[in-house]
Design a protein around this ligand. Structure first.
Ligand SMILES: Cc1cc2nc3c(=O)[nH]c(=O)nc-3n(C[C@H](O)[C@H](O)[C@H](O)COP(=O)(O)OP(=O)(O)OC[C@H]3O[C@@H](n4cnc5c(N)ncnc54)[C@H](O)[C@@H]3O)c2cc1C
Length: 393
């Protein structure tokens, strides 16, 4: 078993062979992947060493101390947090070898073609069709709210391959080439004024069967791996104490004594404690993850993350009074990442509204926690045995 001392030694070897000053950024990242120091809990040959996940921090600290470049994880969150664990669990050896390296280095951005105009919370109702033609699948349909589709080289896609089966059973999971001529990406403007996400039209897109992830008809099960990881990726990202949104409001509080009131102080202290509890819960969740894929408990993290972000950014706008209502820029930008700490209070307030929708709405996550964590009775689901083609739409 690889331990911390061995990882330190390997990291030093990497740094000696590829000194960060003077080595091209991409060359360094590729060498880091090949040395098994990208994500140490992944298998050897796929960017890891089969080491405990918790030891990643040892490598990251050594590299940061030497000023080594990182793979800009916020820009490639869908690839790292959602596509990669799904490929690792369900991909063939060839798919893993071919896809994971450029995904990790950030050379290839990924997006998620799941939601449709008629299938968001009820994702299993999706209607995008994939029909087999020889060695290919021909895909037609419309996806929506696709973050980063305009930047993406690849997408994880779920499509209906058998409309005669009940909705959860006739779905198959694919890797879709976003440069295929049948893929059309159109921007969707959000409440922030930006277009971080898109609608995506798929017209006769040909996907070779070799780009299927998992068995035909097993796409719902494969998608659960993606969705459970998505909730952890959104709600459980590691941050330092007083990092993220709570850090920004604490900074304002310290720098602007003119804005303080007793009532705001009490509320800020309450939220500070909640943010710290959430952070420590995230640390514990990630330690549990060292043993495998996340389950429904990630839903609880993401629920709390959304509520706290909205309450903290609401309090920040209140604290700033009229200044909090200023917004820096309404031009329709196409941002490469969601930046909660690099932007102004107005951005944080507006963007955090999406936190209780993306990756599963808070209402739906409450259902998951109730049924799958607490074991409460399930919601009635009258359509689960009806063929998808016979469902009312
Ligand atoms: C910023 C952002 C980024 C996103 N990025 C992506 C992406 O990259 N790829 C992608 O595929 N999707 C993405 N989404 C889509 C997101 O997953 C969906 O918006 C979400 O799942 C909700 O689906 P919907 O919008 O169709 O709302 P609906 O499902 O129509 O829900 C409408 C309302 O009904 C409530 N509701 C629905 N069902 C139930 C129920 N059973 N019990 C109680 N209440 C219920 C919901 O909570 C919600 O309030 C993104 C969304 C946002 C906001």
């Amino acid at each position: 078993m690889t331990d911390a001392a061995e990882l330190r030694a390997r990291t030093k070897e990497l740094l000696a062979a590829h000194p960060p000053v003077g080595t091209d950024r991409l060359d360094f990242l590729r060498a880091r992947f090949d040395a098994g120091l990208a994500w140490v809990h992944y298998p050897e040959g796929l960017g890891g060493l089969g080491a405990p996940r918790s030891l990643q921090a040892v490598v990251d600290a050594e590299l940061a101390a030497e000023g080594a470049p990182d793979n800009d994880p916020r820009r490639i969150g869908i690839g790292l947090g959602m596509a990669a664990p799904t490929i690792l669990q369900y991909g063939t050896d060839e798919q893993k070898r071919w896809l994971l390296r450029p995904l990790w280095t950030g050379e290839e951005v990924w997006c998620q073609l799941f939601s449709e105009p008629g299938a968001g919370s009820d994702l299993a109702a999706l209607g995008t069709r994939a029909v087999r033609e020889g060695e290919d699948w021909v895909v037609n349909g419309q996806k929506v709210w696709t973050s980063s589709a305009h930047l993406a080289r690849w997408a994880i896609l779920i499509a209906r391959t058998d409309p005669d089966l009940p909705k959860h059973r006739g779905i198959t999971y694919f890797v879709c080439d976003m440069t295929d001529p049948g893929v059309e990406v159109r921007p969707l403007r959000q409440i922030t004024g930006e277009a971080e996400f898109n609608e995506v039209f798929l017209t006769d897109v040909r996907i070779p069967d070799s780009r299927r992830l998992g068995a035909i008809g097993d796409g719902w099960r494969v998608a659960q791996t993606t969705l459970n990881n998505e909730r952890v990726a959104i709600g459980g990202t590691p941050i330092p104490r007083e990092g993220g949104m709570i850090g920004k409001i604490a900074e304002t509080w310290r720098e602007r004594p003119d804005l303080r009131t007793h009532d705001l102080h009490q509320r800020l202290l309450g939220l500070w404690v909640e943010a710290e509890v959430a952070r420590l819960t995230g640390v514990r969740l990630r330690q549990q993850l060292a043993a495998g894929q996340p389950g429904p408990e990630g839903a609880g993290m993401k629920l709390n993350f959304a509520r706290l972000n909205q309450e903290i950014s609401g309090l920040e706008v209140e604290l700033l009074g009229e200044e909090g209502l200023l917004y820096d820029d309404w031009t329709m930008r196409r941002p490469e990442l969601v930046d909660f700490t690099g932007r102004d209070a107005g951005y944080r307030y507006l963007r955090s509204k999406g936190n209780s929708i993306e990756g599963g709405t808070s209402e739906v996550l409450l259902n998951i926690v109730a049924e799958r964590v607490l074991g409460l009775p399930a919601e009635p689901r009258t359509d689960k045995d009806v063929a998808w083609k016979d469902l009312a739409r």
